[in-house]
Design a protein around this ligand. Structure first.
Ligand code: C2E
Ligand code: MG
Ligand code: MG
Ligand code: MG
Length: 284
């Protein structure tokens, strides 16, 4: 047994190495193949209201299991997809899949929002807003069921053009939040200019709560800044009850993290959480 395990550990290690050693070209090719053969999947991680412990939405997270590379983390392949540009096609696939899934749940009578990660290059496409409008229309999905997670890097590029685009999205009725807030290069001035409705505090600030003094200071400041600007605020990466209780004491609005659930396939999510969409979520 030990020998067998050693062997599979080695194979796992080899697989992990592979993506590091493979050229960008090869990974780019593998990603294009995966798109063509429909090998990407979306998983869904519950988002919970802190005050009543209710599930109100999910974040759609991309998953890719390649036959040679194994399960590849989006933290590894998304940056490469951004460099080579294939993120635009992947992002379109994600948007259409998320909207289709949201429409299905909507038709079944569940009140649930789906948050979709958007990358900078995708946001810059001239038909970005039009594509979303059309996909929402075709799926007959109320636009406020979709929330776009934008990173600070998107917002700092061409401020005037970004503002126009965000206003068009807001008019359409989709919600927008700033993902990984606090980790990017950004000026706070955009918070008052851009029609966003939520800040997502990056996991790196949540991880060491409530023990780390600096993280306490940063998280406290982000939450009061958000509330002063009438924005909602969500903490990502909440893994234990101490973190949850601490965030509750700071009046954080929403939570996401392994304390509740990791990202699940659509069918796992439907079994475990969808029946609870209108009820309190069980905590571990
Ligand atoms: P993100 O948007 O900040 O997503 C949250 C990440 O934190 C997810 O990692 C999620 O699985 C993880 N997470 C959530 N709760 C916990 C927790 O309690 N503990 C820990 N350790 N981790 C937690 P994931 O799925 O590996 O995604 C990594 C990043 O890849 C995402 O970070 C996002 O930047 C990017 N990404 C994922 N899917 C997409 C996509 O469809 N499009 C784009 N453009 N980027 C995506
Ligand atoms: Mg996100
Ligand atoms: Mg995030
Ligand atoms: Mg993050």
């Amino acid at each position: 047994h030990v020998k067998e395990r050693g062997r599979s550990d080695f194979r796992f290690y080899q697989r992990q190495m592979n993506i590091g050693l493979l050229s960008r070209m090869k990974i780019d090719h593998a990603m294009r193949q995966a798109l063509e053969h429909n090998q990407f999947r979306l998983h869904y991680q519950p988002l919970v209201n802190l005050d009543n412990d209710r599930l109100f939405g999910v974040e759609a997270l991309l998953r890719w299991n390649d036959k040679d590379l194994g399960e590849v983390s989006p933290a590894r392949f998304i940056p490469i997809a951004e460099e080579t540009g294939v993120i635009v096609a992947i992002g379109n696939w994600v948007m259409h899949s998320a909207i289709a899934q949201a429409a299905l749940w909507h038709q079944q009578g569940h009140k649930l929002s789906i948050s979709v990660n958007v990358s900078a290059l995708q946001f810059q496409q001239s038909d970005f807003v039009e594509n979303i409008a059309q996909a929402l229309h075709e799926a007959a999905l109320p636009p406020d069921r979709i929330e776009l997670e934008l990173t600070e890097s998107i917002l700092i590029r061409d401020v005037e053009e970004t503002l126009k685009r965000l206003q068009a999205l807001a008019e359409l009725g989709v919600k927008m939040s700033i993902d990984d807030f606090g980790t990017g290069y950004s000026s706070l001035s955009y918070l008052k200019r851009f029609p966003i409705s939520k800040l997502k505090i990056d996991r790196s600030f949540i991880m060491n709560l409530p023990g780390d003094e600096s993280d306490i200071a940063i998280v406290t400041a982000i939450i009061s800044l958000a509330h002063a600007l009438k924005l909602r605020v969500i903490a990502e990466g909440v893994e234990n009850a101490e973190q949850r209780d601490f965030l509750a004491s700071l009046n954080c609005d929403e939570l996401q993290g392994f304390l509740y659930s990791p990202a699940l396939s659509a069918s796992e999510f439907e079994q475990a959480y969808l029946p609870l969409a209108a009820k309190a979520v069980r905590r571990v």
